[in-house]
Design a protein around this ligand. Structure first.
Ligand SMILES: Nc1nc2c(ncn2[C@@H]2O[C@H](COP(=O)(O)OP(=O)(O)O)[C@@H](O)[C@H]2O)c(=O)[nH]1
Ligand SMILES: [Mg+2]
Length: 376
């Protein structure tokens, strides 16, 4: 490919912005989010030479062989904002691409405290017992503050993170929403190429992360609490409409009766909503992530979903749509960045804005002026 040596200028992020902080240390000394791993890595000990950079072939063969260190390093490579890593990361992905897709991608959302991490640990362990290979990712577009929040949850994923059939990766550090989304999607592909056949994605931030995660998974699971009131849970109807199943968590002890009542309420409400996935009826269930009750049942639901939508074609159609949406969201992001950083546009923007606000210039004409300047 002739363009191979150029960094495509559409890198959908302020490339280089985090160069000195997360990138360099990341690529050479990244860890995969497994407790204890960072401290046992040779990088963390003083005086040991930096780990040799891998070649593209080494990344690819290491990932395909399921080598955990290489997987972690490959993820760190594609998460890098450094221009120098971009081509290599994309070449690694290009070679891995034929080996991706063979998984069920499950997004898990719900307000903080609802039990997402506890649920993921319970579900992850349940699946590992059945010899599935489980990758757990977190998506947190606001992760500057909560960086590594999934690591903060490690006590609750302690068992899962010790299981060699599982792989846990915290959210990429924040950049633009587009940047975090790109990295998370690429991480998911690397995990699939490495043989993980169940991908669990936890939304960590509240707000935009729900739609971001919905756009990268096959099945979207909304965890709820009984008796908290929809408002208290910050659950907008819009998010319920994205879900393929509602799961009332903490259905244990005294809470069990209320959880069952809440399930019935939600089922009534769902009756009047358009389903998130064509040909599938979204329903409410209960579980206790703590005791494990209901975990096997929800996995059954997910399998039914997979079977049904695979047969109807909805499964593949959604993935195709998601991939194309991904392409165009990167194009949009590039165009937006390019427009707002354009010197000519910058030179007239303030005047144009003033004229619009003061009513001298119709918005449509203002838009035309700016675009002409940009295309000029
Ligand atoms: N009783 C009960 N407590 C739970 C259950 N699941 C989670 N919790 C507790 O709820 C709190 C929040 O859980 P966490 O998994 O961190 O929630 P997240 O913020 O959604 O990831 C923790 O103290 C958990 O121990 C459950 O099924 N039953
Ligand atoms: Mg959590």
């Amino acid at each position: 490919m002739s363009e191979k040596n150029h960094k495509p200028d559409w890198v959908p992020e302020n490339a280089g912005a985090e160069f000195t902080t997360s990138v360099m240390s990341g690529v050479d000394g990244g860890h995969d989010g497994i407790p204890g791993q960072a401290s046992s890595s040779p990088m963390s000990r003083q005086g040991i030479p930096r780990r040799r950079r891998l070649t593209v072939d080494e990344y690819v063969s290491g990932v395909l062989a399921g080598d955990r260190n290489t997987i972690a390093q490959a993820i760190t490579l594609v998460e890098s904002n450094a221009v120098a890593h971009f081509d290599m990361g994309q070449e690694v992905l290009r070679q891995l691409l034929p080996h991706t897709g063979n998984s069920i991608r499950i997004g898990i959302t719900g307000v903080p405290g609802v039990g997402k991490s506890t649920f993921i640990e319970a579900m992850g362990l349940h699946l590992c017992e059945q010899d599935h290979k489980v990758a757990v990712l977190a998506v947190d577009p606001s992760s500057t503050v909560t960086r590594g929040s999934i690591l903060g949850d490690k006590t609750r994923m302690e068992l899962l993170s010790r299981d060699l059939r599982a792989f846990i990766r915290p959210s990429p550090s924040s950049g633009t929403l587009g940047g975090v989304t790109r990295k998370s999607r690429e991480t998911m592909l690397i995990c699939e190429a490495a043989g993980f056949n169940v991908i669990l994605v936890e939304t960590v931030g509240v707000g935009q992360s729900e739609t971001t995660v919905r756009s990268m998974v096959d099945f979207f699971l909304l965890l709820m609490l009984a008796g908290a009131g929809d408002e208290l849970q910050g659950i907008k109807k819009g998010i319920m409409e994205l879900a393929d199943a509602l799961l009332v968590n903490k259905a244990d002890g005294d809470n069990r009766i209320r959880a069952n009542a809440a399930r019935a309420d939600y089922n009534r409400a769902l009756h009047y909503m358009a389903p998130a996935t064509e040909g599938w009826r979204t329903q409410a269930y209960t579980c206790s992530a703590m005791s494990g009750d209901g975990i096997a049942a929800i996995w059954k639901v997910i399998n039914e979903f997979r079977l049904l939508t695979t047969m109807s074609g909805a499964f593949d159609q959604r993935r195709q749509r998601q991939t194309l949406d991904w392409v165009y969201s990167m194009v949009e992001e590039h165009l937006r960045t390019s427009f707002f950083s354009h010197a000519g546009v910058g030179s007239i923007r303030t005047d144009v804005e003033c004229a619009v606000i003061e009513g001298h210039l119709p918005p449509t004409v203002a838009a035309q002026m700016l675009i002409r300047k940009y295309e000029g």
